[in-house]
Design a protein. Structure first.
Ligand SMILES: *Cc1c(COP(=O)(O)O)cnc(C)c1O
Length: 370
């Protein structure tokens, strides 16, 4: 054993086995590598319109405050969220992205004695936060690419301390009905925390009524997570939040870093929350882009997984990785999802009409070459 191996053996057991999260390739990186200049990225479910004007104005105004620590309680943002969603401020936890909330709940509730249930093809952060604290992941096979709630319930036992559900799920875009979800949470033992990850909530709530917040009254073990990274176009600022019982929020607050949200993120998120016009534009362009992409897939004879999010996974009926690499050479970054056990699919984030067109053109050329 050499000296570099030795340090790995010092890490806690879960971390020794951990495979780090693989992010979408940054535009600058591809431009550097291939000497390209007109790269488009449809790889991380970001908002193609960018941040809204109100958020940008708020960020400008807050720049002179940057020598000061942020408001560690996130007072005014929590007030705005409480008002918008008719919850008490004591029910809100702010996170450095909703990813941080996922990590807080794992750290606060899991030990190596515990099991965590989530679905095959579910969001890649669930296994990471589970393994990092040495808990055991129990991955339940998917049903039609989505969560099999009955099978997940079967997998829950006395050792299960946490269940993760993404609705809609990333990267499949599958959506569970509110009725089936409520039945599921109701059937969970009260010794099990249920995390309902609604990162794409805003795209769904415009077409379907989502009433998960009503359930907080009934289920003190429920934690809903949402984010400003997707529909609100603020992924670079890292701002997400949890909604739960006050007791659950109190527990998460104990392990939270005192200044986990920076000043710009706090003011931008608050402003974004009041920018309905930008949100509506985002939802509209997403619906149109989804139609544009799926029409394109149809013309190419490809099938896709119907998606409720701002992305769609297309079945290439061949290995996705080489197609992904060929698209990179044409300056188009999408997401291979072999690490989600979907090696024949690529996940495409919905872009502007022009970006979607460029992608479809590049895909058409690529498929004609292979
Ligand atoms: C993007 C995403 C998140 C959140 O990301 P943050 O930027 O950390 O808020 C959470 N869950 C799912 C399923 C996602 O796709």
């Amino acid at each position: 054993m050499n000296n570099t191996d030795k340090i790995y053996n010092l890490a806690v057991a879960g971390v020794q086995q951990l495979i780090p999260y693989k992010a979408g390739k940054p535009i600058e990186e591809l431009e550097r590598e291939l000497g390209l200049t007109q790269v488009i990225k449809l790889a991380s479910n970001e908002n193609p319109l960018g941040p809204g004007k109100k958020a940008l104005t708020a960020i400008q105004a807050a720049l002179p405050l940057l020598a000061l620590y942020p408001d560690g309680s996130g007072f005014t943002l929590k007030q705005a969220l409480a008002e918008k969603y008719a919850v008490d401020v004591s029910q809100i936890t702010l996170g450095n992205g909703s990813n941080e909330i996922l990590e807080l709940v794992a750290r606060a509730f899991l030990t190596p004695e515990h099991e965590v249930v989530f679905s095959q093809h579910a969001f890649a952060v669930y296994p990471i936060v589970t393994q990092a604290v040495g808990a055991t992941a129990v991955v339940v096979p998917a049903l039609n690419y989505g969560h099999d709630l009955d099978a997940m319930l079967q997998a829950v036992n006395a050792k299960t301390r946490l269940v993760f559900i993404a609705n809609p799920n990333n990267p499949t875009g599958t959506l569970l009905s509110q009725a089936s979800l409520e039945r599921f949470i109701n059937a969970l033992p009260d010794t099990c925390v249920c995390v309902l990850d609604e990162a794409y909530f805003e795209f769904v709530s415009s077409v379907e009524s989502i009433n998960s917040i009503d359930w907080l009254k009934k289920f003190p073990n429920l934690l809903i997570t949402r984010t400003f990274s997707k529909a609100y176009g603020l992924a670079g600022l890292r701002m997400g939040y949890g909604l739960s019982s006050p007791e659950m929020a109190d527990i998460l607050n104990r392990v939270r870093q005192p200044f986990n949200n920076n000043t710009l993120a706090l003011v931008a998120a608050e402003a974004a929350l009041g920018d309905d016009e930008h949100l509506q534009q985002t939802i509209t362009i997403n619906a149109l882009g989804m139609q544009q992409l799926t029409n394109g897939f149809k013309n190419l004879g490809l099938e896709w997984i119907p998606s409720a999010g701002n992305f769609v996974s297309v079945d290439l009926k061949q290995a996705g990785q080489p197609i992904y690499e060929a698209l990179l050479r044409k300056g188009v970054i999408v997401r291979p999802i072999g690490n989600y056990e979907l090696p024949h699919h690529l996940r495409i984030s919905i872009g502007t009409a022009a970006e979607n067109q460029l992608f479809l053109q590049a895909l058409t050329e690529t498929l004609a070459d292979v």
